[in-house]
Design a protein around this ligand. Sequence first.
Ligand SMILES: C[S@@+](CC[C@H](N)C(=O)[O-])C[C@H]1O[C@@H](n2cnc3c(N)ncnc32)[C@H](O)[C@@H]1O
Length: 268
Amino acid sequence: MTSLPDGCCDLIYADPPFGTNRTHAGSGGTMPDTWAGGLERFLAFLLPRLEQMHRLLSSRGTLHVHLDWHAVHHVKVALDGLFGADNFLNEIIWSYRTGGCSRRWFARKHDTILVYARHAGRHTFQPQRGGAFRTDGLKTDASGRPYKNTTRGRLYFHAEGPLLTDVWEIPFLSTVSRERTGYPAQKPEKLLERIILAWSRPGDLVADFFCGSGTTAVVAARTGRRWLACDISARAVRIARRRLARLGPGDATDAAEPPRATGSTGRA
Ligand SMILES: C[S@@+](CC[C@H](N)C(=O)[O-])C[C@H]1O[C@@H](n2cnc3c(N)ncnc32)[C@H](O)[C@@H]1O
C-alpha cells in the first residue's frame, strides 16, 4: 500500500482477520488470527493499514471494513476519527445461518461491514433492489410485474423488488457450494457483488489488500471493474490466481471494458 499513489482506488474492501484469537481452518489450509497482547495488539496491526486505505481512496471512493463483534466497535470509533464521523455511510449487517446455536446466548450469526466515504456526498452509490415486497396479496401481470388492486386501479411495484436496506440475508457458502475453494473465511460472491455494484462504476479500480481466495477480484473482473489484490499468504494468492484464470471473456456481466484477469491492472 505504501508504494501506491494517493487517491488511486475507487473502492476498497477490507476483510482482515477479525481479532478472534483463534486459528481458522478450512480444507484449503489454515488462517492464523491470534494476537499475543489481545485486542490492543490486533488494533495496532489493523489501524495503520486502514490509514493507508484512507489515503488511497479517490475523492468519490468508499472503504468497506468487514469485521464481527470481536473488534468492530473499537474499529468504528477509530474510523470515525480517521475519516470524520460525517463520512460514515452504513453499518451493513450481513446475516447468515451456519453451524450450531449456543444454549447460553442468542446465536451470533452476523458480520458487520462499516462503510466510509472519502468525501460523503461525492461518493459513488447506486441503490440496489432485491428480495420480495412485504405487501400481502400481490399479483403479477402477464409480463411478470407485481401489482395490487386498489380502488383506483392497479398499483404497480418495481419488478426487481424493493430497495435494499442495510440488513442483508445472504447464505454463507455451504460445504457443497460450487464457489467454495476450501480457503478459510472465504466470502460469498453474492456479498461482494452487492458491494461492488452499489459502490463502484464499470472501469473503477477495486482493491482488496487482504484478498484471501480472491473473491473481490473475481467479482470485480466479472462486473467490468479493474482490480488490485494482495495477501500475505502465498497459498491465498495461488488460490486467487487459479480462480481468476478460470474466468472467461463471457463472465463479464456489467462491463464497460473487458475484464483483465491477469493483465497489468489486475494483479494478485
Ligand atoms: C478473512 S480472510 C479474507 C478472505 C477473503 N475475503 C475471501 O473471500 O477469501 C483474511 C486474509 O487476510 C490475510 N492477511 C493477514 N494478515 C495480512 C497482512 N499483514 N497483509 C496481507 N494479508 C494479510 C490472511 O492471509 C487472509 O487471507
